[in-house]
Ligand binder design. Structure first.
Ligand code: SF4
Length: 218
């Protein structure tokens, strides 16, 4: 197998109740390169019972990894880390989808950078980038959501898909990429400075009201 470092995978081991382990493959926007795929298939060929499952977060899990082969399997894939870095739900966007109004993959990279720069936050920040209003990137129900239109990006903040599901508040409309990300950064600072520990952005919106955020951004 290749030892190309660019294809090295960061993996998060999770112990299952039956004593086996799942290995979360911390993929970048769901991408598996041919080299990564060969490594994964090689492991499934050599470890009977190990399977590959897509997660809801555009990542993959290798399931049923026996405990006595865990270190060996991790070494074949790359490096073990305690927690996958935050990802982003991103659709195919304007580069690939006929309905896409703007490219989404590059925007998702920039959005993640803004999220990283402005933390730490009271709780997790989930994000989504969609190339049109169909919102295949789940942008309306993410803490931070970007939705492309013909003129630019609409920005949503405070959405969630839990039992108290709600769409985010629109805090920007038809913005350039730079302006949309600037607005996101300011909203995240508001969350960082006003959120209570373990309070999601949606809880903050319920507690303070959307006007508090909108006036902070004005
Ligand atoms: S959100 Fe729009 S652009 Fe993105 S995959 Fe769905 S239909 Fe295509």
């Amino acid at each position: 197998m290749s030892d190309n470092k660019e294809n090295s995978l960061a993996v998060m081991p999770v112990r299952r109740t039956d004593g086996t382990h799942a290995l979360r493959l911390c993929l970048d926007q769901g991408l598996l390169t041919p080299d990564m795929t060969r490594r994964v298939v090689g492991i499934m060929d050599s470890c009977p019972g190990v399977t590959l499952r897509a997660t809801t977060g555009q990542r993959m899990n290798l399931e049923n990894v026996p405990g006595d082969r865990l270190d060996e399997v991790v070494a074949l894939l790359g490096t073990a880390i305690p927690k996958c870095p935050p990802g982003v739900s991103v659709c195919s966007g304007g580069d690939l989808c006929k309905l896409g109004m703007q490219p989404t993959r590059s925007m998702a990279d920039r959005l993640l950078a803004v999220i990283r720069e402005n933390g730490p936050y009271p709780f997790k920040v989930k994000s989504g980038v969609s190339g049109c209003g169909m919102a295949c990137g789940l942008s309306f129900v993410r803490d931070v959501g970007l939705v492309a239109g013909a003129k630019g990006w609409d920005v949503y903040f405070g959405g969630c898909a839990t039992s108290k599901a709600c769409p985010g508040v629109r805090i920007g409309k038809g913005l350039s990429a730079d302006k949309a990300l600037e607005v996101v950064g300011r909203a995240l600072v508001f969350y960082r400075e006003n959120g209570k520990k373990r309070e999601r952005t949606s809880g903050l919106m319920r507690r303070l009201g959307k006007e508090a955020l909108l006036s902070a951004l004005a």
